[in-house]
Design a protein around this ligand. Structure first.
Ligand code: SF4
Length: 200
């Protein structure tokens, strides 16, 4: 995808298609000017999956990490390898794939200053409700359905429901024209691709 680069991945036009886990990580990165290991892996492989090249990825991460106390030399020494490694350019040269929801959910839950994981599992009902409201989901019935799904452990159901509610109009238009894929969302990159497709 030609328009995906270090700058646009933080722009509204691209980030509006991120699932909650990825906007949560972006928010954490903005606040901390840093992300711990699992957060770096989850977000960097997702961004790779949406088409961010390794050069643009290094620009993006170094720019964000050096907004705080860290300087570029430190970044290059401590983190450059990690991001290049994710693109298969270091070590075993494995071309790592973006994590699906199952993989994301199989990692340890985030501690206080971590942002990885799935917000439908990791946020309290109050915080999740606040996030839903921010996304424009305010109808009590809808909020309750999503919070109930989440507390039952149906995280991907909750996420898919959020997708449907936040893309209601676009889905209506798309399904009039052709058959649109409305299967369960089990991968953050599927969420992104489906959302972008609807916007076209
Ligand atoms: Fe991300 Fe998957 Fe959780 Fe949605 S269900 S927020 S895509 S991990």
């Amino acid at each position: 995808v030609g328009d995906i680069n270090a700058e646009t991945v933080q722009s509204k036009s691209v980030s509006q298609h991120y699932p909650l886990c990825m906007s949560h990580l972006m928010k954490g990165l903005n606040q901390e000017h840093h992300l711990k290991y699992l957060g770096r892996q989850q977000l960097s492989l997702f961004l790779k999956g949406i088409g961010l090249s390794v050069d643009e990825a290094l620009k993006f991460w170094s720019f964000n990490f050096t907004k705080g106390p860290m300087n570029l030399e430190q970044f290059n020494k401590e983190y450059r390898y990690n991001f290049r490694h994710n693109y298969g350019l270091e070590g075993g040269r494995i071309n790592y794939k973006p994590w699906d929801c199952h993989q994301i959910l199989s990692k340890a839950s985030p501690s206080r200053d971590e942002y990885h994981g799935c917000p439908y599992r990791d946020l309290t009902s109050e915080k999740l409700t606040m996030e839903l409201n921010k996304m424009g989901i305010t109808d009590q019935y809808d909020v309750n359905t999503i919070v109930d799904n989440s507390s039952r452990g149906d995280y991907t159901n909750a996420c898919t429901k959020v997708f449907e509610l936040t893309h209601k109009k676009e889905i209506e238009i798309a399904t009039q024209k052709t058959k649109f894929d409305l299967s369960l969302i089990t991968h953050p990159n599927l969420y992104f691709d489906r959302s972008r497709k609807l916007a076209k």
